[in-house]
Design a protein around this ligand. Sequence first.
Ligand code: PMV
Length: 345
Amino acid sequence: MTQSVGIARAHTNIALIKYWGKRDKELFLPMNSSLSLTLDAFYTDTKVVFDTAFTEDRFILNGLEQDEKEIRKISRFLDLFREYIGEDRFAVVESLNFVPTAAGLASSASAFAALALATATALNIDLSRQALSSFARRGSGSSTRSLFGGFVEWDMGTCSEDSLARPIDEADWDIGMLVIAVDKAKKKVASREGMDLTVATSPFYQAWVETAAQDLAAIKEAIAERDFEKLGRLTEHNGMKMHATTLSANPPFTYWSAASVRAQEAVRQVREESGLAAYMTMDAGPNVKVLCRASQMEELKRELSVLLPEFQLIESLPGQGASQLTEEEWQQSHSRFQKEVGYEG
Ligand code: PMV
């Protein structure tokens, strides 16, 4: 066959129990298991075309041809699939990111999950979703969890094959997330560098690993019991602990900006004064994500926008797992991208 095509969509996820640190950098094996909520508001659509006529891999992101450095990341990822089945065709990868790139909204999570599914589809590789999640992991750790919807656990596993994601719960019980977008600029310290430095130098790191395992067990209980307060408190505590490890790295660093701290204070104030259930978490960027009740999201948004008038507040509900798209849906996605996001450059 000269040409084969695969198209897929994957949503981002936000970790409630964070993945922070690798025990194997080559295989992307994590130091601890993690758990996330997939979000419907942010996603990546990706089309992969393999063709005997192509003489190199290409990568077009949001309508822009990417440079060699970006192409190398994609090529290395495609190689995992090519080597798996003995494929030697090059590919053109085109992605539309309905996510502000690299602002701690985990665009790499949706990106590599969509690319994994599109590639497996194009090459007709028959893998279970769980097995596919272990391929996605090699692109970026957080993308392991984006193959599934709702609450998803990434089991650290014992080796490459069993370090994979599993769906825990559909999160169809009055759950929402409000993102306080304090800054959409590219992050200053990539998650990869940040976690590597932390593992190597933070004296608190061992405590992180030990308590992350306890937090994970407790949050799974909270989900099984549908205990929102417990879920929220564990989320906030775990996220803050992750960020405490960056402050104790050497040299120390932080993903927080002054605006992040203001946003955190606003969340605390609203929680105390209005009694709304709202718990925050942050990733490798300055934005603050607030876990809340879907039924209270409008009210929470109103309250927060009074305190934080200059920041965009983006609402999201739990999202679905990755799915294949038709050519027609891909065309629609292009039109929507042009209308909603606009091509850069
Ligand atoms: O896999 P990456 O490079 O997207 O790193 C993810 C790191 C955090 O977002 C901070 C935590 C997580 O589990 O998503």
